[in-house]
Design a binder for this molecule. Sequence first.
Ligand SMILES: Nc1nc2c(ncn2[C@@H]2O[C@H](COP(=O)(O)OP(=O)(O)OP(=O)(O)O)[C@@H](O)[C@H]2O)c(=O)[nH]1
Ligand SMILES: [Mg+2]
Length: 383
Amino acid sequence: MARKTFIDSADVIVRSGKGGDGAATFRREALVQFGGPDGGDGGRGGDVVLRASSHVNSLIAFYYDPHLFAENGVNGSGQKCYGRRGKDLVVDVPPGTLVTDAETGELVADITEAGQQVVVAKGGAGGYGNVHFKSSVNQAPTERTLGGEAEERRLHLELKTIADAGLVGFPNAGKSSILRAVSAAEPKVASYPFTTLHPTVGVVEYEDFAKLTLADVPGIIEGASKGVGLGLAFLKHLERARVLVYMIDMAGTDNRKPHEDYKVLADEIAGYSPEMAERPALVVANKMDEEAALENYRVFVKETGIEPVKVSASTREGIEAFKDALRALVKPAPASGSRQAADLDAMPDTSGDEIPAAALQFASFLTLEKPKAKSHPARGNIH
Ligand SMILES: Nc1nc2c(ncn2[C@@H]2O[C@H](COP(=O)(O)OP(=O)(O)OP(=O)(O)O)[C@@H](O)[C@H]2O)c(=O)[nH]1
Ligand SMILES: [Mg+2]
């Protein structure tokens, strides 16, 4: 059996750590006249945290191990010893992971940006030791509190790839070849259908450092919306794409008629999601290096009224024009370098001894986060 390498949905069980109990102990020492309560606090339980990492592109890890358990907090003990806090369990997921409660279907988080972190199970608070309960009327308290309970829930993770634009086309149209031609991504290319079995995202870069992302997904065939071929389930990976790129094999390989391919594709997409069919789209005629392509192109324009961008992923002809057309539709944010240049007039004077804080906003390479205030939310206000 082929080994699975790509998984785009998984159920996991997350459990945070229980808080450690507070201790109820008394100081007893030879030659010390007065003892007293000395039970330390329990440590708080660890959180389960999901963190988006661009180094992960599949939920495969959860297929093998769906149990995500953080560490319990350690109980407090005598001599005012605090229990150690339980370690958080931080798990990397691919950007684009949608987290819902598996029981209720309620949205828990949409983890889109690399580095974004979401606590999906909060550790129990540590209990208080009896040192906290000493008062003028009670010098020997035996009270203490127990650690907070762990939180356990079943979550459904669903990866919906994030890309500005997505390639749709019949198998063998050359989707993966185009992605290789415009980015550093290296999806497999071969002359048999359904070479691509899972999405690949490539970064398309421009001379002025602007960037956009383009996703390659498996091929679509007639009846795909009813499950034929690989079906349309993988189209969820294009749900977040703002622009669709219809890739047409203009050589009409295997006696196909390119204009009919286009109509089938458009129908299948509309069958999957009418909203998706309405998105801005770019139609690209690939394999223009082949002899039959010119005549097919003429028929295509006549039948559909659309003039596709002509390219050849093999000879790279038309690739720059394709990149430009893609950029015009996606409108990526300008690279930080050019934004800085445009706004420099608004920058405050920096010739003095101290650089004004406002000027630092122009240094896009600096992360200007305020230091986080230290707080102990788990501890409440009993002291
Ligand atoms: N002549 C010619 N052949 C091409 C061109 N682009 C791709 N091919 C060939 O077409 C075949 C399919 O290319 P792929 O890039 O794997 O096609 P795909 O659309 O990703 O196919 P699936 O992953 O199966 O959906 C390969 O044999 C490529 O070498 C082109 O511009 N000209
Ligand atoms: Mg492919």
